[in-house]
Design a protein around this ligand. Structure first.
Ligand code: NAD
Length: 436
């Protein structure tokens, strides 16, 4: 099949590359000319495990190409995917201007039947708005499909190639058939391809993300309570997660969820509820608790130093909102850095992939280090904000030798409390005993 993908971010580029890998001809369009130039030169502009291999293979076999020219890209395409940003607007609702702007342009330029697929995460009713935006100028037939994407950054290629399920929202049998044919190779192991109406598909994505954000947040509240009453959240987690009704995943407490999806999607669903006369009280609490949780490590730090952070230097391991990505959107580490700078502290940061992106925000206000122990050298304490694997088994002797004092504030519960106590560290984590 001939496919155009509009928007080459985490979702668009992975979508385009993976569809090319099942034999389709894919052209990816982006308005960012520099990014398109880099991709034309064979460079993957984001960090995503395994993407480079699949990307190179499909460029070499001429199934994957890039352009800034929307009209040329869609001319031969049977299917047009919109993988455009839907950032939060000022009031928290999803900003649909990218999606609707391109939809309107498509109306001017399509010259034969197209299946136009919205892959961006959008509120209920957006498919109809996209239909209207295209129809304003279109002189040919087209169908709209809502096909939300469930990939996780860090596992994007794996998730796209073997999705738990594919959700297709459309009222057109013709478009449903095209989508089924396209996705068949990805669900051949028997995972479901669920066809439904557009609104249900749109809501499925928000409901899934809001549920996961709620699960994380619930566990963070249990962790906070554990600290008050002297229970150990890791034990509670093990005891709860073995119940198959609950499941083991998304029960790890920490310093709150971040990223480009959960924060904006929870907010947008709450807003969409309000616009339709429904108050999502659970989601309001999730938003509040998560905002507080992002700074829970800083509160512990302030308590330890009696609020006197000025002049102190802190090593910070992890800047990305989660491991295996360079994505820093809404990363708790950014909120922590802001608080530390406000308090007059210095920050020496290390992250395996996300430092370039953070330079774009904090510039030289913080120091960027080449490795774990450069960052801890002469620091008063170590703070951990992301659970990268490389942080899990550090050389504690080297670590102790480089820090001014053996003090660790761990927002991701990477180490055993007993081990750190035996090694003589002051160690604080989330929902577990403080050892000293
Ligand atoms: P992104 O910001 O990484 O990428 C968006 C791309 O669109 C950018 O390259 C940008 O230059 C391009 N763009 C903007 N306007 C354009 C235009 N008019 N024409 C062509 N290109 C244009 O975004 P993303 O993370 O890939 O997310 C895209 C959508 O997918 C969002 O709705 C998001 O909520 C959803 N989603 C994201 C993820 C994720 O993990 N990132 C997962 C599932 C769903």
């Amino acid at each position: 099949m001939k496919i155009a993908v509009v928007g080459t971010g985490y979702v668009g580029l992975v979508t385009g590359t993976c569809f090319a890998d099942t034999g389709n001809d894919v052209i990816c369009v982006d308005i960012d000319a520099k990014k398109v130039e880099r991709m034309k030169n064979g460079e993957v502009p984001i960090y995503e495990p395994y993407l480079d291999t699949v990307f190179e293979r499909n460029i070499r076999q001429e199934r994957l190409s890039f352009t800034t020219d929307l009209k040329a890209a869609v001319a031969d395409a049977e299917i047009i995917f919109l993988a455009l940003p839907t950032p939060p607007g000022e009031d928290g609702s999803a900003d649909l201007s990218y999606v609707l702007g391109v939809a309107e342009e498509l109306g001017h330029i399509i010259t034969d039947y197209k299946v136009i697929v919205d892959k961006s995460t959008v509120p209920v009713g957006t498919a109809e708005l996209v239909r209207q935006a295209v129809a304003k100028n279109a002189k040919v037939d087209f169908d709209i499909v809502s096909n939300p994407e469930f990939l996780r950054e860090g596992f994007a290629v794996e998730d796209f190639m073997k999705p738990d399920r594919v959700v297709i929202g459309t009222s057109s049998d013709r478009a449903a058939k095209v989508m089924e044919d396209l996705y068949k190779p990805f669900v051949r192991q028997g995972n479901p391809l669920i066809i439904m109406d557009e609104k249900s598909a749109e809501l499925t994505k928000y409901a899934a993300n809001a549920f996961l954000a709620t699960k994380i947040t619930f566990m963070n509240e249990i962790a906070n309570f554990c600290e008050l009453v002297g229970a150990d959240v890791d034990m509670v987690r093990a005891g709860m997660g073995t119940d198959t009704r609950i499941g083991k995943r998304f029960l790890f407490p920490g310093i709150g969820y971040g990223g480009s999806c959960f924060p904006k999607d929870v907010q947008a669903l709450a807003k969409s509820g309000a616009e339709n006369g429904y108050r999502f009280e659970i989601l309001e609490s999730v938003l509040d608790v998560n905002n507080r949780q992002k700074l829970s490590l800083i509160r512990k730090l302030k308590e330890y130093y009696n609020d006197a952070l000025s002049g102190k230097t802190f090593a910070l391991w992890g800047l990305a909102f989660k491991p295996d990505t360079d994505d820093i959107r809404e990363a708790p580490a950014l909120y922590m850095i802001e608080e530390l700078l406000k308090a007059g502290a210095k920050v020496k940061a290390f992250d395996p992939e996300a430092m370039e992106n953070v330079k774009g925000i904090f510039g030289d206000k913080i120091e960027y280090c080449d490795n774990l122990y450069d960052s801890t050298k002469d620091a008063d304490a170590l703070l951990i904000a992301t659970e990268w694997s490389v942080f899990r088994n550090p050389n504690f002797t080297k670590l102790a030798g480089s820090l001014k004092e053996k003090v660790i504030f761990d927002g991701r519960n990477l180490f055993e409390t007993k081990k750190l106590k035996d090694l003589g560290f002051h160690y604080e984590s989330i929902g577990r005993e403080k050892v000293t």
